[in-house]
Design a protein around this ligand. Sequence first.
Ligand code: FMN
Length: 232
Amino acid sequence: MEIGNGKEGEISRRRFMVLAGGTISAISLGGMPLAGSNHGMAMDFSESKCGEEGRAGKKVLVAYASQYGSTSGVADAIGKELCRRGAAVDVCRVKNVGELNEYRGVVVGSAIYRGKWLPEAVEFVQRNRGVLRQVPVGYFLVCMSMLDPSEESRRKALAYLDPVLKAESHIQPLKVGIFAGALNYSNLSLPMKAIMKLKGAPEGDFRRWDTIKAWATGLHEIHGLDEKATSS
Ligand SMILES: Cc1cc2nc3c(=O)[nH]c(=O)nc-3n(C[C@H](O)[C@H](O)[C@H](O)COP(=O)(O)O)c2cc1C
């Protein structure tokens, strides 16, 4: 398994989250509503199709789970890059994906909440385990731990995937991408906002498009296109 960890994209604003135990824990958030009534940032959960229709055997699925939209943007950027390299790509929320038979490769990603992929992403993998064992698969996650590009943060972020890797051990992702995400306090409930501030979680959009694009560029086994033929 190859890990794309954003090393090449140093975070310019070095604002690090100091989170107890490495995650914003379920204990500290128990029963608390995530969302506030004031949704300041437009939440975009885009789905798209691109690439040449009818390229049998070349279609790739990028499926994602997101609470507030930043992971949608990451999925979209991955899809666009694959498409630019010649693959036909569907970008879709995990809950809207139908049959996987038409895909020759699948990329699945989720935002991290409370140290885990969102439940719908885990369910997607479980629901489709039969197909995902047979096609090339990539996983990615979007989180705030990756604001700190240290080795320790990368290890911590990678460990967020442990539950799904253990539960579905027959599915071996060829590549794993771990990316910094975005946080908008105005999307959160007041108590949640207070907790995030207490934890030192910085507000802002920390997604590094160059890093995401570079990771997508390396998904040769998954999109099935020849590296040399698509490298221009
Ligand atoms: C309630 C809450 C819990 C979070 N838990 C974690 C966490 O455990 N680890 C982490 O690195 N980031 C955590 N984050 C940051 C999110 O993963 C990050 O903001 C991500 O970009 C959100 O993606 P989305 O906009 O697609 O929902 C948390 C954010 C919130 C609001």
